[in-house]
Design a protein around this ligand. Structure first.
Ligand SMILES: Cc1cc2nc3c(=O)[nH]c(=O)nc-3n(C[C@H](O)[C@H](O)[C@H](O)COP(=O)(O)OP(=O)(O)OC[C@H]3O[C@@H](n4cnc5c(N)ncnc54)[C@H](O)[C@@H]3O)c2cc1C
Length: 558
């Protein structure tokens, strides 16, 4: 059995930043990850990271924009912590060697992003996440932090109200192994694979969220799922908001800039927050003003080739290679696609969960700094600010009396479960996965109705039963991706269920959550966080009031 003071599960931006901070605080740290660190999905982030760096800007304006973007359900203390720390953390990245784009006078360049009152999104061309991930991984290597890569963590180990580590399958050998840890930090990213049309990679299956849930920690605000307005219709690949930040325009089939023309966002137009733009696009399509495949057009042709090459070169390649469209000469067809989970493992600003010794950070966590709708550029920021705090806190507060026998027992239990999974079954895991993804994309999308949500819950309930007799065809031990996908399917089902239950019960429209039957925000009854608990008898839902500090709720317009 492997044993460390702090175990970080996941090696994307959040995990790497937490590992560096825990190591700097003097802990013996190890990372356990199903992918090699630089294959983590943080590498796909394109547009940038927010920080009030300039004299004319103020972190308090950044805080206000974030609270407004969250539709007043984000936790204001945590948002202030994040936005106040943002300049320090971004400058720290720069000092670590991250290659940010520059202005002509050599300062770090910043661009406009949706929902921001000041152009404060710092970027590295349209490859910001790639640069961040590689910079942070260098820091981990420099410190000699142990990285166990290609280990699929299946469970965290709970005994006597404490977390004692985790259990993982070594993907190379198929062996189940125990990891004892004084603190276990879940940094496993988002769960976009719950949906069929998503910007997220195949590895984003909500594993950490599901592990915490099954260990008794509540999932918070899962109903708030972000649908990004500009994804490619055929693949779901993201076309960054940076395109609109640089001046890209959205058109309907009548050649109208509908964001202004139909008053969806009379002031900010294309740069309204993402929930507003996604709803506007789908309304255009529903009212007959869209293009084929439920799309609208994103036009960058007025930029000229040089500007696109310089600031958005990846977009050029993605549109040409995956949609057969050349943004230099023609508009890009785009439509909303699942992009980000505002909800996740309930935790405080230090990442601490209800379970002693268990932490969560990054997209798998819900602090909550994004509330009902995240602003672009604030996720990468959360990774580094909250990553640092979680790393420091877990290093300083890890358990010293870790129960290795609890970990051993959990390894035996997991071996038995995997043997059972491999022993044959009725239906292949991919069929169940596809059914869940389809119903989530059809019924739990941008627009949600009671009937559709109930239908989705029925499909998910059946999927839970079907999973009991799931079939894994590949019986080999080495790199058995069929088995890994079957393990991921349980996470997908857990996330789908908690998203849909939260959405059905929240009888209002707020941020990214929009209900046909309840089209208004209802502050009187719903300034509340949703908490879904796993119980033997199925999910149990509780609510807690949102703490309002300086920023009182008011009508949200852009
Ligand atoms: C296409 C795209 C573009 C984006 N652009 C931006 C942007 O410009 N600005 C911004 O602020 N945000 C952006 N976001 C959001 C942001 O990139 C993500 O929220 C963030 O990178 C998630 O980081 P993370 O560290 O939480 O997770 P990830 O980077 O996804 O890392 C997860 C890690 O967990 C590991 N893992 C997962 N499950 C297991 C398991 N069972 N066992 C072991 N290891 C596991 C993986 O191997 C991986 O190392 C974008 C998102 C997408 C999809």
């Amino acid at each position: 059995m492997k044993k460390h003071d702090v175990l970080i599960i996941g090696a994307g931006g959040a995990g790497l930043r937490a590992a560096v901070a825990a190591h700097e605080a003097g802990a013996d740290v190890a990372m356990v990850t199903k992918l090699h660190p630089v294959r983590s999905h943080t590498g796909a982030a394109e547009g940038g990271i927010n920080a009030a760096l300039k004299d004319e800007d103020d972190w308090k304006d950044h805080a206000y924009d974030t609270v407004k973007g969250s539709d007043y359900i984000g936790d204001q203390d945590a948002i202030e912590t994040m936005t106040e720390e943002a300049p320090n953390e971004v400058i720290r990245l720069e000092n670590m060697g991250m290659a940010f784009s520059r202005t002509e006078n050599g300062r770090m360049a910043q661009r406009a992003f949706g929902g921001l009152s000041f152009p404060r999104t710092t970027y590295a061309s349209d490859k910001t996440g790639h640069m961040l991930l590689h910079t942070m991984y260098e820091q981990v290597m420099k410190r000699g932090i142990t990285v166990y890569d290609e280990y699929f963590v299946t469970n965290v180990v709970r005994e006597n109200g404490k977390c004692h580590g985790a259990v993982a399958v070594d993907i190379q050998t198929g062996e189940v192994e125990g990891f004892a840890g004084g603190a276990t930090v879940l940094a496993t990213g988002g769960s976009g694979q719950v949906f069929e049309h998503t910007t997220n990679a195949v590895a984003c299956t909500g594993d950490g969220t599901s592990m915490a849930y099954r260990a008794g920690v509540p999932m918070e605000d899962m109903e708030f799922v972000q649908f990004h307005p500009t994804t490619l219709p055929s693949t779901g690949i993201l076309i960054t908001e940076g395109c609109r930040g640089e001046g890209g325009e959205l058109y309907n089939n009548k050649g109208e800039r509908f964001m202004y023309e139909y008053g969806y966002a009379a002031n900010d137009g294309e740069l309204a927050s993402r929930d507003v733009v996604s709803r506007a696009e789908l309304t255009e399509v529903q009212e007959g003003r869209g293009f084929e495949d439920g799309c609208v057009h994103l036009d960058l042709t007025h930029f000229g080739e040089e500007k696109i090459e310089e600031r958005l070169s990846q977009i050029l390649e993605l549109a040409r290679d995956f949609e057969d469209v050349d943004p230099v000469t023609e508009p890009i067809p785009v439509k909303p696609g699942q992009h980000y989970m505002m909800g996740g493992v309930a935790c405080d600003a230090n990442g601490a969960t209800e379970l002693d010794g268990l932490y969560a950070v990054g997209e798998t966590a819900c602090v909550s700094v994004h509330g009902a709708n995240r602003l672009g550029g604030n996720a990468l920021l959360e990774l580094v600010v909250m990553g640092k705090l979680a790393g420091q806190h877990s290093a300083n507060n890890h358990l010293t009396n870790v129960s290795t026998s609890a970990v051993e027992q959990a390894v035996d239990d997991e071996r038995a479960r995997i043997d059972e999974l491999m022993s044959g079954g009725k239906e292949h895991q991919s069929v169940i996965r596809q059914d869940v993804q389809n119903v989530m994309t059809e019924k739990v999308n941008v627009f949600r109705a009671e009937e559709g949500l109930e239908e989705a819950l029925e499909v998910i309930d059946e999927a839970k039963e079907r999973y009991e007799d799931v079939n894994v065809k590949d019986s080999s031990k080495t790199f058995n991706t069929d088995l890994i996908q079957a393990l991921e399917l349980r996470s997908i089902i857990d996330c789908a269920e908690t998203i849909t239950i939260g959405a059905l019960k929240r009888t209002e429209s707020r941020g990214a959550h929009w209900r046909y039957e309840h089209q208004d925000r209802d502050d009187e009854n719903w300034l509340k966080h949703t908490y879904v608990y796993h119980t033997e008898d199925g999910p149990e839902v509780k609510y807690e009031d949102v703490e309002i500090k300086d920023y009182k709720p008011k009508a949200r317009s852009y």
